[in-house]
Write a protein that binds this ligand. Sequence first.
Ligand code: ACO
Length: 425
Amino acid sequence: MSDLDQVTLNAGDKSVVLPVLKPTLGNDCVDISKLTKETGLFTYDSGYTATASCKSAITFIDGDEGVLLYRGYPIEQLSEKSSFVEVAYLLVNGELPDAAQLKAFEAELTAESTVDASINTLIGSFAKDAHPMAILAASIAQLSAKYHASLDLADEVQRRQAALRLIAKVPTLSALIYRHSQGLPANQPDASLDYVSRFLKQTFESADGQYEISPAVVKALDLLFILHADHEQNASTSTVRLVGSTGANPYASVAAGVTALWGPAHGGANEAVLKMLEEIGSADNVESAVLKAKDKASGFRLMGFGHRVYKNFDPRAKIIGVMTKQVLEELGVQDPLLDVAVKLEQAALQDEYFVARKLYPNVDFYSGIIYKALQIPTEMFTVMFALGRTAGWVAHWLEQQVDPEMKIGRPRQVYTGYDVRNYSK
Ligand code: ACO
């Protein structure tokens, strides 16, 4: 934080005084909203590296210190003591639930976990090898058709119901998408189970309803969902907010978030990490992979490395790094890719290129190895991320809907095309 309450910007013969906003935590922000009106100037910030797009009370990140807080609670404490459903409640409502509130929230999620048979028709219309993220985006968008009668965004009850439906139904959609890809029959979620067990059973149960729930698997997945639940104004959450700012419904907004998450520079990195580790193949090839990642001409980057905000370490990666070994041990899985990952991490962390650029493993570096140990196919990894992140997306969407300063998101540009010219051939 600075001592500045305002900054003065001199632009030729004009001078404009801009207020400095003071957040609870983090960098002060110069409020430039009156800059254009007073000077005619826009600002340019490709990739929003220095631009806050909204005020938010949900999540705080300190990238230099490796701090991540959900509603003020450190991610390390939530990972150790909480559950994904409790974290989802916290993100959406702002406070931790008491026992009765948590029970009621769980019951609401269970009641909302079923989907209409028309979803099976939609999912069934995709090729079996279609990417699951494409099907997830389409099936979430379809929910807006199903619930078009309860999309009054001015109604707090309807808004909350839509948010809850999304948290409840995304696991069901994900399970059905997986089953379609495997040629397994569509099924219903088991209402007698908790959130994570319900998802696992619906995903993996055989055609005659058999699935043995492993507490180790449930615990691992629950923790991954907590770690993925929110990350302030990342690309997919900002997409949800941008679409939400137009007045689009929450299902359409979250479907857009899914497509933003899909990219390998964002949530798609977990899938890309595993493919990269498989390509590297053995710890002996790590050195040449690091060399290639440093060679800009190769176009190859170490997937799961680097982060726009974390410039010291990603606290989620720390938690996942420890957890990966535990989960593999508990499940009795020996995966040679773990050796490749460990050696790659060590090599990169000692390499001047990565040190100088402050490139550290991010949340996606180890998550794929865990998902693989849980027998989740590589193409489904980003769907798992979306499942956890839905809680954050809807929390941001809800916050945005009651933000008195909310405006339609509409960036400006630095035009670099032709000057006006006359039509002629
Ligand atoms: N491997 C090799 N070099 C890298 C990597 C990497 N993974 N990441 C960044 N760099 C280099 C860049 O080439 C650049 O070098 P230069 O300064 O010599 O030109 C420098 O580090 C800064 O990189 P930028 O791309 O400018 O950083 P930015 O903040 O825009 O990008 C990002 C962050 C997208 C995460 C990037 O580090 C990356 O592509 N990582 C790999 C993909 C990945 O793991 N994404 C998941 C992010 S976490 C999440 O979304 C869940």
